[in-house]
Ligand binder design. Structure first.
Ligand code: GAR
Length: 212
């Protein structure tokens, strides 16, 4: 079936959601490898437990961002994935890297893009007094968190919300919309044309599809 490589830096709960959905027969993908830039990432244990090849490629062992990204590309390409899934991969990527996987690399970002690119999105949304927050799946392009959005899900921010409680609510949504986006891509419904996410032949609006 459809070969995928997943990149992580941490817990890997989104990786787990992809593994679970494929085991349950809802998602026809073959996760060929999981690669982390941190050897301590718990997601590597999740991969091993699922019988998936796992690698730690420590960015600190490389003298430049370019050198790391090139080594990462070589490792990924050994598995010939049709899709690269960034699942909590906390590295800024070089243009060489993003160009190489253009149209076949997805990211999940914990905000309603184009709002709150970058880090600490939950706290920033609370501090700004937002009534709602959420998560976006998008194609990766060279500009950070700015590629065409595929799918978004939102949640209310309550009056006693903390960054932790909000992160939990957002995570639950992530575990639904990431497998769904990957399913759209692997089944050929989702493509990337002229810098745009296209679903069933229709270019998606700036905020993608809203999951309800
Ligand atoms: C997720 O919340 C994801 O949206 C976020 O990291 C977390 C990873 O969780 N990604 C980013 O912030 C990317 N800039 P996980 O390791 O449990 O899947």
């Amino acid at each position: 079936s459809f070969p995928v490589v997943v990149l992580i830096s941490g817990s890997g709960s989104n990786l787990q959601a992809l593994i679970d959905q494929s085991l349950q027969g809802n998602l026809d993908i073959d996760i060929k490898a999981v690669i982390s830039n941190k050897a301590s990432a718990f997601g590597l244990e999740r991969a091993a437990k699922a019988g998936i090849a796992s690698h730690a490629l420590d960015h600190k062992q490389f003298e430049s961002r370019e050198a790391f990204d090139h080594a990462l590309m070589e490792l990924i390409d050994q598995y010939q994935p049709k899709l690269v899934v960034l699942a909590g991969f906390m590295r800024i990527l070089t243009e060489d890297f993003t160009r190489h996987y253009e149209g076949r690399m997805l990211n999940i970002h914990p905000s309603l893009l184009p709002k709150y690119k970058g880090l600490n999105t939950h706290q920033r949304a609370i501090d700004a007094g937002e009534a709602e927050h959420g998560v976006s799946v998008h194609f990766v392009t060279s500009e950070l968190d700015a590629g065409s959005v595929v799918l978004q899900a939102n949640t209310e921010i309550s009056s006693d919300e903390t960054a932790d409680s909000l992160a939990q609510k957002v995570h639950a949504l992530e575990h639904i919309i990431y497998p769904l986006s990957v399913k759209w891509f692997s089944s050929g419904r989702l493509t990337f044309q002229h810098g745009q996410a296209v679903l069933d032949g229709e270019a998606l609006p700036e905020s993608g599809v809203r999951y309800t």
